[in-house]
Design a protein around this ligand. Structure first.
Ligand SMILES: [Zn+2]
Length: 144
């Protein structure tokens, strides 16, 4: 079964992060920068907070960083019931130095030994699947 970005757009979103989801579906990891002053604009928003520019460009970004925060999820929420068979699982907020410390949410890949604030992580992208409600997802792996 194929998936397409437009069929799975984030409900209630304002569209500023469309480029993020589109790049994940293409297997790439891109974060937005201001087209004028190059300020990182993450979380994505339509207007640069530094110079007021309304244009952004989506820049390929290395998926290397450190754990900023993490938690273990034990309960399936309504909008993620398809992931219930994976419970419990760990969600990580990784801080990426290549993007001025942008913090990006993703699921932990592999066992959770070694997960702690400050641990090195690297990421990859899982393609859309029924378990992720048709979204491509970021997976973080702890580096040893
Ligand atoms: Zn700017």
């Amino acid at each position: 079964m194929g998936y397409s970005f437009h069929a799975h757009r984030i409900t209630g979103g304002i569209g500023a992060d469309d480029g993020f989801w589109e790049s994940l579906e293409d297997g790439g990891f891109r974060l937005p920068r201001c087209a004028d002053c190059a300020e990182w604009m993450w979380p994505a928003h339509h207007r640069c907070a530094v110079c007021g520019c309304w244009e952004q460009r989506w820049e390929p970004t290395p998926m290397d960083g450190r754990v900023y925060s993490w938690t273990r999820v034990h309960t399936a929420v309504d909008r993620a019931r398809e992931g219930a068979p994976d419970l419990p699982y760990v969600v990580i907020v990784a801080e990426l130095p290549a993007a001025a410390g942008a913090r990006v949410l993703g699921r932990l890949a592999g066992p959770d030994q070694g997960v702690r604030v400050g641990a090195r992580v690297n990421g990859h992208i899982d393609p859309p699947s029924p378990r992720t409600r048709g979204y491509a997802v970021v997976r973080w792996s702890v580096s040893w």
